[in-house]
Design a protein around this ligand. Structure first.
Ligand SMILES: [Zn+2]
Length: 334
């Protein structure tokens, strides 16, 4: 995508931010090593060891107990791999987390940073496939969210093994958003050719939000809050945008712009460009209402305990009943 930072060594053309809500911008299309997207290689059982952490207490000094809050944990890699070091500066991760804090504070949602931990990870899994497609495209299915339901993106076995190794077991796992630094995460997606046929493709990404509207419950529940970031420099709002995919549970869309794999436009948090708006109402595609119903959000009650929003009632798809009427159109693929 034009306007991005210097191209990473392997990127050829940047354009799509596709079905899995790749991005923070875009995925960088290249000759993906897992061409075809199928996860045919043996799964490596990774080892992940926490080697260091940062003090984050001061970053939470502004939090108000009665206000809607999302917990965020950050895992960064302890590696000397040049590609990772170049694209995942811890200082920039924290700075962009601060940008996200401000953006969400603007609509009354707090981000609480639970921790920043550094993890030494088996080097063979610095690059992983994100997903496999359990369904097939085709037929008279229109609209990105319907297509997502039909194509049934599923967390890849290798990604599951890596996230299981990195994300420490915790009673709040399934209500916490995790930002996980990775070197390369390859996203499988179906591309429609000019003749109408479909090609399964696999491309590197700058970030991936593993949102419920694509994965639904095809990701272990305790891992459902995972977001990977591969290039923190990609955009100023990269952390906020990815958290938006997770909490608003939408793809790239804004006001009269229907959801697409990639949308370059100004104004909205959920399109590319510098905009940060999360508009309300039908004309705003219900972004604010959807955010405020996210199962990841809670308030601290009088007893000092977290009172979470109700959880998804189906699988967390775009039109899950928790959103009531805060959806645009209706899904055909049920
Ligand atoms: Zn995106």
């Amino acid at each position: 995508m034009s306007g991005g930072l210097r191209a990473p060594p392997r990127a050829l053309v940047a354009w799509a931010c596709l079905i899995l809500a790749a991005c923070g911008g875009t995925s960088e299309e290249g000759p993906g090593p897992a061409e075809g997207g199928s996860d045919i290689e043996a799964v490596v059982t990774p080892d992940a060891t926490v080697t260091d952490s940062l003090a984050v207490g001061a970053l939470n000094d502004d939090l108000v107990p009665a206000q809607l809050t999302a917990d965020v944990g950050i895992y960064l890699l302890d590696t000397s791999s040049p590609r990772y070091v170049e694209r995942m500066s811890p200082d920039e991760v924290l700075r962009r987390f601060g940008v996200a804090k401000e953006i969400f504070a603007g609509v009354g949602v707090q981000l609480r940073l639970r921790f920043v931990r550094f993890v030494r990870l088996t080097p063979e899994v610095l690059e992983i496939p994100a997903n496999v497609m359990a369904g097939e495209p085709g037929g008279r299915v229109d609209g990105l969210y319907d297509k997502s339901r039909q194509q049934r993106s599923t967390l890849s076995p290798q990604a599951e093994a890596v996230f299981e190794a990195i994300i420490e077991p915790d009673s709040l796992n399934d209500r916490t958003v995790y930002l996980v630094g990775m070197e390369d995460v390859l996203m499988a997606w179906f591309r429609q050719e000019d003749d109408g046929s479909w090609t399964l493709q696999s491309d590197p990404t700058n970030a991936l939000s593993f949102p419920s509207y694509t994965l639904e419950d095809r990701i272990p529940r305790r891992l459902r809050g995972v977001i990977t970031i591969q290039n923190i420099f990609h955009t100023e709002k990269i952390v906020a945008h990815e958290i938006g995919h997770k909490l608003i549970n939408v793809s790239h869309e804004y006001r009269d712009i229907a959801p697409e794999h990639e949308v370059q436009a100004e104004g909205g948090l959920m399109v590319y460009g510098e905009g940060t708006e999360m508009p309300a109402g039908a004309e705003g595609r219900w972004h604010l209402e959807r955010l405020l119903r996210s199962p990841y959000l809670y308030r601290i009650g009088p007893d000092g305990r977290r009172q979470y929003n109700p959880d998804y009632r189906e699988s967390g798809h775009y039109a899950d009943p928790i959103y009531a009427d805060s959806i645009v159109g209706s899904l055909v693929v049920r």
